[in-house]
Write a protein that binds this ligand. Sequence first.
Ligand code: CMC
Length: 435
Amino acid sequence: MAKDTVTIRNNTNGKEADFSLLRGTAGTPAVDIGSLHKELGAFTFDPGFMSTASCKSAITYIDGENGILLYRGYPIEQLAKNSTFLEVAYLLMNGELPSEVELSSFKGEIRQHSMIHEALRVFFNGFHYDAHPMSMMVGVMGSLSAFYHSELNMNDPEHRRISAMRMLAKVPTIAAASHRHSVGWPFIYPRLDLGYCENFMNMMFSLPGQQYIDENNYIDPIAVKALNLLFILHADHEQNASTSTVRLASSTGANPYACMAAGIAALWGPAHGGANEAVLSMLAEIGTVDRIPLYIEKAKDKNDPFRLMGFGHRVYKNFDPRATITRDTCYEVLEKFPSDDPLFELALALEEFALKDEYFIEKKLYPNVDFYSGIIYKALKIPEDMFTVMFVIARTAGWVSHWLEMMAEPGQRIGRPRQIYTGYDTRNYVDLTDR
Ligand code: CMC
């Protein structure tokens, strides 16, 4: 029987060694090259982590070829259909679905931590009125590290748990405050009698003279369902750029709130969480169906930086299961909240056009989750510059789960990649007058 090893030979020095093949419960095995440098005198070079697993994790599994996404073993389709965001957050953080009692206590604790310190609220006044909400998210989440010192012993699992709960509980409050600052509206405090999504919508949209939620606490169930769904779909996605950033920052033992701010920064880019905002800007730029071929050609032109936003994924190479779900939800939401804006029709036409194009077929480029999420948010009246912030709220559940998993791991080491140096060889300093 073949040994579960891979043999690597360095032809430059004739050294050869066997390396174990590590297998998880599912998925592609990985060669454990931890001792490669010691054995063969070489590093691996893998910019963009095309073939590199950076950690072991039991949280999320993706099979990109078959469009499978599991949270703690549960298919995303089942969670999207039957669950709520907070239940999924509990699952990600704790490994199991909660009992009724556990869920109720989890929700209670989240409500209890949803306020932010008054001193922190004042931080918003320091931001220019037209600051992008994501810039405030990075700053204010990072500023949480200036609070809660008495519960920051990272060797204490209870301190870690409370820190994670605080981040999940406060992120919608900070998100809504970022929006309100950018439009000059007064800050609305969280309400402890509302659910997570309802409370967020209330903090976003209530005005002093006009409450978003009436005295019967009515809020359209389709809006709440859609928000829960998008939060569930965006909650985790294994070792994506922002989660890896949170893990790398945390590996130094840094303050967890500062590590989450690093994750938010990484998510902001248009190649990652910024794509949902970028999709709407792109659709607005395309404008009408007859201009689609022009933009398809631009996306294919190597000399043009334009890319079809909301298309392609590093891992999914046949379809993104989250995109299938958001597409269906788009129909439902737009039926309930119809709009004169022809964005959805334009998006459907663009999808149809791209999926028939040889370039997109050959490169296996399909719509990803964010192709439709922005259209849903827009129908719910969430402003475009808040789309990536919505992603932050959802992904906080994943970030804190990975952080909890990593911090509980014995023998955790600082993440420290190597490099191939391409600069000058040693040279002597030249005096200023001789240059
Ligand atoms: N439009 C046009 N061409 C594309 C696109 C696109 N959206 N995406 C990839 N390609 C081409 C790319 O030019 C490259 O061509 P070639 O092999 O000739 O050089 C090939 O497809 C492979 O692309 P890549 O950039 O090497 O692939 P990657 O795995 O490094 O990038 C990606 C994945 C998601 C960053 C990329 O597909 C992209 O930029 N998509 C648009 C942005 C987007 O929608 N991002 C959201 C991702 S889902 C939400 C999330 O998880 O954050």
